[in-house]
Design a protein around this ligand. Structure first.
Ligand code: PRP
Ligand code: URA
Length: 212
């Protein structure tokens, strides 16, 4: 059992937990799994965006003037770790439709479990944006650590990493590498198996989203 550090948030909202339970069930098919991933992305996104900076501006409602709250510009960036990150990205974009979007192509070598970078496309002005990195699975954390390094190299300093499931081993490693990054997850699961899969987990997230 992990004593989660302060910058790790496990979202225990019953709606999210209900959706997660459906996703864990091996009988849940891709079309439903994908829809649930998007909905989970919306709920996780609400927690992930909790600390976005805002400002006050005077507006007039039909009844009176008031000081109203707006999000500061530039818009946040959501960075998806391909492929499976795109499942959560859909949900994030529902609540942050004007976010800038970046992609980092990364696949985990089945033998070494190390991430292999194959594509990078990040928005401009990363230093000025709040950045939310999305990937449903933080297992050994190799992919998450590397993606966060690339985002920092592009200038970002305010970063939140969002995943649906995290293994205690991965959280520990991620935190050692990036103690300044807030981690939002739907569940801290029990452990990794010998092949680097999260237990009890939900299997291979990319395969389950895209039916491969
Ligand atoms: C999965 C997942 C993460 C990574 C997590 O991607 O989406 O990116 O594994 O494992 P780690 O924490 O041990 O690095 P995968 O490499 O299977 O690629 P895919 O999204 O294209 O299926
Ligand atoms: N990647 C996945 O998709 N699932 C796991 O359990 C671990 C890594």
């Amino acid at each position: 059992m992990l004593n989660a550090p302060n910058n790790v948030v496990e979202v225990k909202h019953p709606l999210l937990q209900h959706k997660l339970s459906l996703m864990r069930d091996k009988k849940t098919r891709s079309v439903i799994f994908r829809a649930l991933m998007k909905e989970a992305g919306m709920i996780l996104g609400v927690e992930a965006t909790k600390e976005l900076k805002s400002y006050e501006k005077n507006i007039s409602t039909p009844l009176e003037d008031m000081s109203a709250t707006f999000l500061k510009e530039p818009e946040p960036a959501v960075v998806s770790i391909l492929r499976a990150g795109n499942g959560l990205l859909e949900g994030l974009l529902q609540i942050l439709p004007s976010a800038a979007v970046g992609f980092l192509g990364m696949s985990r070598d089945h033998d070494t479990l190390k991430p292999i970078d194959y594509y990078q496309n990040l928005p401009a002005n990363m230093a000025d944006r709040s950045v939310i990195i999305v990937d449903p699975m933080l297992a050994t954390a190799g992919s998450g650590i590397e993606a966060t390094r690339l985002v920092k190299d592009a200038g970002a300093t305010t970063i939140t990493f969002v995943c649906l499931l995290a293994a205690p081993e991965g959280i520990k490693k991620f935190n050692e590498s990036h103690p300044d990054v807030r981690l939002v997850t739907g569940s801290i699961d029990r452990q990794l198996n010998e092949k680097g899969y999260i237990l009890p987990g939900l299997g291979d997230a990319g395969d389950r989203i895209y039916g491969t």
